[in-house]
Design a protein around this ligand. Structure first.
Ligand code: 7TS
Length: 403
């Protein structure tokens, strides 16, 4: 069991007020708040060991490099990857997916080849493939939804043919808070020798992921959604793919030797990490993942699922309530009557409650649901049932104002 009272004390921002009301922060799917130990780590890097990594023989550079590579190992353990050189640091999920689209696409895909995505994807798992469609002529196929708003696995099974080259799906929908059956999706793809990229932006913070058990070929997630700073993220890739793929960016650190005639690339993971990395962010990401591990990802998941169930139960009592999908994770999307999501969001904001409203960067899903947007409450380790009660009261108040 999580001790939320103690956990809350570790997050300085939770002490602030908004419009004179205590902050109720329920926009964790967009980004989580940061515990003091992560803030302190950033501070410590700049006050005690700042130096560019992998370059200097001097002491500071060695210490910074060691701290960064320790963080890579922490990430490896966190997601159960076999090798730390399979962990590539990127700016976030978006860049990780763009990396695969560009490098895997550039290496393996030809005009007419097919990439399968799903109906619930975030724009960052749609647009990179469309860029590739414009560049190479790949064909995008979309797994439909069942009437229960879950991925239609039977339809997915039928989508494979000799031109299918890659499947790229969200582990957990950022809109519906529903966990997709990714293990089944991966097993089906592998039975056709097709690799799978899992967008773990909404799963890594909320459930135990294990690359060996999942057998994903690629897995992407963002640090800032898992209590780490902004601007740092991860791409896990199986060694066999990363070795075969062409680099993404060219520049320093990703090379072994350069002449004007010929360049040979560095070994993994550096081949994919051109330029000075955000080593301060990486070291702080390591700290954030240690923090999650110390609290227990399973306990965090159980706490968030309890909050989700409680939210659904309370929301269902409100007249005109429409909840989208059957959330089992850490987010709930809803609409009340014909109240516009932006109006609901504004009223809640004035009560100190931060929720996300709109299309959540998933416009195709909004089109499928036939709504312009939704209101989404999303949870983290520090949220409480009392905060859900405040949310529910706020929604009831809005409903009264619009009735
Ligand atoms: N994939 C999913 C499933 C996401 O939820 C997000 C961000 C991304 C990719 C992109 O992550 P980034 O860190 O590279 O920006 N989702 C949201 C959200 O739901 N509200 O704000 C950002």
């Amino acid at each position: 069991m999580l001790n939320t009272e103690d956990i809350r004390k570790e997050f300085p921002i939770l002490e602030r007020t908004v419009y004179g009301k205590p902050l109720v922060y329920l926009d964790n799917a967009a980004t989580t708040q940061k515990p003091q130990c992560v803030i302190d780590t950033l501070d410590r890097v700049y006050t005690t060991l700042n130096a560019n990594v992998h370059r200097g023989v001097h002491r500071l550079s060695q210490e910074a490099t060691e701290a960064m590579e320790n963080a890579r190992n922490t990430v490896r353990n966190f997601i159960g990857a076999e090798h730390s050189h399979e962990i590539i640091f990127t700016r976030g999920t978006t860049e990780s997916i763009n990396l695969v689209a560009s490098s895997f696409g550039g290496t393996f895909l030809k005009s007419g080849d097919e990439v399968i995505v799903s109906s619930v994807e975030h724009h960052s798992n749609i647009v990179p493939w469309q860029l590739l469609r414009d560049r190479i002529g790949v064909v995008l196929r979309v797994i439909p939804l069942t009437s229960e708003c879950s991925l239609d696995v039977a339809a997915y099974r039928e989508m494979f043919n000799e031109r299918t080259r890659l499947v790229s799906v969200a582990h957990v929908s950022n809109v519906l808070g529903v966990t997709n059956p990714v293990k089944e999706i991966i097993d089906i793809a592998h039975s056709h020798n097709v690799p799978v990229l899992v967008d773990g932006a909404q799963s890594a913070p909320h459930l135990k992921v294990d690359m060996k058990a999942l057998d994903a070929d690629f897995f992407a997630f963002s640090g800032h959604k898992v209590y780490a700073p902004t601007g740092i993220g991860v791409l896990y890739g199986k060694e066999k793919w990363l070795t075969a793929m062409q680099p993404y960016h060219g520049g320093g650190e990703m090379i072994k030797s350069v002449s004007f005639e010929k360049t040979t690339y560095n070994e993994l993971p550096y081949k994919f990490e051109a330029g000075t990395p955000d080593y301060a962010g990486i070291i702080a990401l390591g700290k954030a993942l240690e923090w999650v591990t110390e609290k227990g990802i399973e306990d965090i998941a159980a706490h968030e699922q309890m909050l989700t169930l409680y939210t659904v139960e309370q929301l269902r009592k409100i007249e005109g309530m429409r909840i989208f999908g059957q959330p089992d994770g850490a987010a709930v999307s809803f609409l009340v009557g014909d109240i516009h999501p932006a109006d609901m969001g504004t009223i809640l904001d004035h009560l100190g409650i931060a929720v996300r409203t709109g299309h959540h960067c998933a416009q195709p899903l909004m089109d499928i649901l036939g709504v312009p947007g939704t209101v989404r409450a999303s949870f983290a380790a520090y949220n409480t049932k009392e905060e859900i009660d405040i949310l529910v009261k706020g929604i009831e108040r809005a409903a009264r104002m619009f009735s």
